[in-house]
Design a binder for this molecule. Structure first.
Ligand SMILES: Nc1nc2c(c(=O)[nH]1)N[C@H]1C(S)=C(S)[C@@H](COP(=O)(O)O)O[C@H]1N2
Ligand SMILES: [Mo]
Length: 224
């Protein structure tokens, strides 16, 4: 796992470092997963695939970067709508991570590039009461997750996979990747992130999927 940028200067007492410190004190901040050995790298009930399957509601919206935007709103100090140039002007990060789909496939070692959720949070500064996010996509898909999971160490708004721009069916021009949760939390064609004080169910969560979706605890359905 590597960062190509180093946006965090420890001597720089920005709002971000203050908010990170506060989250750390409150235990809200996920500092990534314990490193796992090769043998327990695969979560329970999963099998490995080499290809990358496509799964979604069936519509693949065609979003040109010229008309793309991302709105971050709700319980934040600085709500903002970013266009493509503004997104590309933010620090760019590269992460390597495994992905796990609730339909039981996992794929190891995906190379992502994009804007880390840390850098998005730096921009908007969540208010102390912000505790969850709701993601909304261009196809109408929604999914919810805790802010601490959104802010996890290797979560990012991905624009590239394996050195190439994301393909349309995998969520171009930008999708979220939250590698430590089942992949339905990783909204493709993302256009809105709403910071919420309480949890609300997204599309699959209303249809019986788990509110958190941790593959290591096999949180597939809400009664699991
Ligand atoms: N916008 C949007 N994002 C989505 C979905 C969707 O239908 N629409 N499906 C989710 C589900 S259920 C899965 S398993 C993953 C699949 O991502 P992939 O097609 O890139 O493998 O996307 C998630 N993100
Ligand atoms: Mo899925």
């Amino acid at each position: 796992m590597s960062d190509i940028n180093s946006p965090e200067d420890p001597s720089d007492d920005t709002k971000l470092t203050r908010s990170k410190r506060r989250w750390a004190e409150e235990g809200k901040f996920l500092t990534g997963q314990v490193s796992r050995s090769e043998t327990d790298r695969l979560p329970p009930g999963q099998h490995l695939v080499k290809n990358w399957p496509v799964l979604d509601l069936g519509q693949h919206p065609m979003i040109e970067t010229a008309s793309w935007s991302l709105t971050l709103k709700g319980a934040v100090e600085n709500p903002v709508t970013l266009d493509w140039a503004q997104l590309k002007a933010l620090p760019q990060s590269k992460f390597l991570s495994d992905i796990h789909c609730v339909t039981t496939w996992s794929r190891y070692d995906n190379n992502w590039k994009g804007v880390s959720t840390h850098d998005l949070l730096d921009l908007v500064i969540p208010k102390p009461e912000a505790a969850y996010v709701m993601l909304t996509s261009y196809d109408g898909y929604t999914t919810n997750l805790p802010l601490a999971d959104f802010a996890s160490e290797h979560a990012l708004l991905a624009t590239d996979w394996e050195g190439q721009p994301l393909t349309r069916e995998h969520g171009a021009p930008a999708r979220l990747i939250v590698p430590h949760l089942y992949l339905w939390k990783s909204a493709k064609w993302l256009t809105k992130i709403e910071f919420m004080t309480g949890d609300r169910a997204g599309f699959w969560e209303k249809n019986g999927y788990h509110m958190l979706g941790d593959p290591w605890r096999e949180q597939r359905y809400s009664d699991d």
